[in-house]
Design a protein around this ligand. Structure first.
Ligand code: ASP
Length: 331
């Protein structure tokens, strides 16, 4: 599978990927994960290649892990943040991209507040474009690292050799603003898991399941009661309420304490899930709001494992898109 030619030039979302594409990236990530456990965490796979990380929205995990991924593959990695780029002087995104292209990068990793910004870049420039989060649309590498974490950390998935078919995944929180939820809905259902999406009505986008394109009623359902999402769940993925996307708008719930009471995951509410359920969160966590600190730091949480898999998944994506084919991860 890892040797098959990857049929895409860019990673703009999970939407264009089929189950074979997803498994190819995940299998490759497993090979690259091992590089991060070596004393010398570097392979020469992308030597001489250039990766530009262009981030117009804040990021801790995604940006650092793309940079580390590029460096562990021996690529030259350059970081540009929105606040320090010439877009603050009025330059358009496409002019910025064209200028960066003049420096001949092999891949540009882009995060932008506008949905579709990476797609627009991909239409106009020559490098591989990797979407690191576009507005409320998609965050494909987050969904891939989440799938990789489930494959490696859920007992049923481990026993099934990384097969996610039949797993029940609850995704709970601010679905209205979450690119993570949308990418995960697509990724997990394509890999055969069943997804329950849970939020108060005020934090659900209109036509939520239609946002998942080909997602069937059999593969996903929406609920408003936390218990309905958690009952018998194998994986519980909690999302942050994205207050930065609703500044100036009417509040979506009475207050944080109320939200936490009805939609927060605590040791008590987690007991409704299966005894071997794992707890995930894409970060940043608002401790005590969507996730109780003892659960976030408890034995069921795989939140830091998600971060570790983030580097391996991003190495796999860079390898496939920035011209690393031909060199083995073990080189
Ligand atoms: N880090 C994730 C994102 O960039 C989730 C979040 O910000 O809550 O979408």
């Amino acid at each position: 599978m890892a040797d098959r030619a990857f049929p895409h030039r860019h990673l703009l979302g999970i939407e264009p990927l089929d189950a074979d594409d997803l498994r190819q990236i995940l299998d490759l990530a497993t090979a690259f994960f091992e590089v991060g456990e070596r004393p010398i965490k570097k392979v020469p796979t992308l030597r001489g290649r250039t990766v530009i990380n262009l981030f117009f929205e804040s990021s801790t995990r995604t940006r650092t892990s793309f940079e580390l991924a590029a460096k562990r593959l021996s690529a030259d990695a350059v970081n540009i943040s929105g606040s320090s780029s010439s877009t603050t002087k009025g330059e358009t995104l496409l002019d910025t991209a064209a200028n960066l292209m003049a420096m001949a990068p092999d891949a540009i990793v882009v995060r932008h507040a506008f949905a579709g910004a990476p797609h627009q870049m991909a239409r106009h420039i020559d490098a591989a474009i990797i979407n690191a989060g576009d507005g409320q649309h998609e965050h494909p590498t987050q969904a891939l690292l989440d799938a990789a974490t489930i494959r490696r950390h859920h007992p049923k998935a481990i026993a099934a050799g990384g097969d996610l078919r039949g797993l029940e995944v609850a995704i709970v929180g601010d679905l209205a603003h979450s690119r993570v939820a949308r990418s995960n809905l697509l990724c997990l259902t394509r890999l055969g898991a069943r997804v329950r999406l849970c939020a108060p009505w005020t934090l659900q986008p209109l036509g939520l399941l239609r946002l998942g394109g080909d997602v069937t009623a059999e593969a996903a359902r929406v609920c408003t009661r936390l218990d309905d999402a958690l009952d018998g769940a194998d994986v519980v993925m909690m999302l942050r309420v994205q207050g930065e996307r609703t500044i100036g708008e009417a509040p979506r719930f009475p207050n944080t304490r109320e939200y936490s009471r009805y939609y927060g995951l605590s040791a008590r509410t987690l007991a409704r899930a299966r005894p071997d359920a794992i707890v995930m969160h894409p970060g940043p966590i608002n401790r005590g709001v969507e996730l109780a600190p003892d659960v976030a730091d408890g034995p069921r949480a795989v939140i830091l494992d998600q971060v570790a898999w983030g580097v391996a998944v991003r190495m796999a994506v860079l390898y496939l898109l920035a011209g690393g084919r031909g060199s083995e991860p073990s080189a």
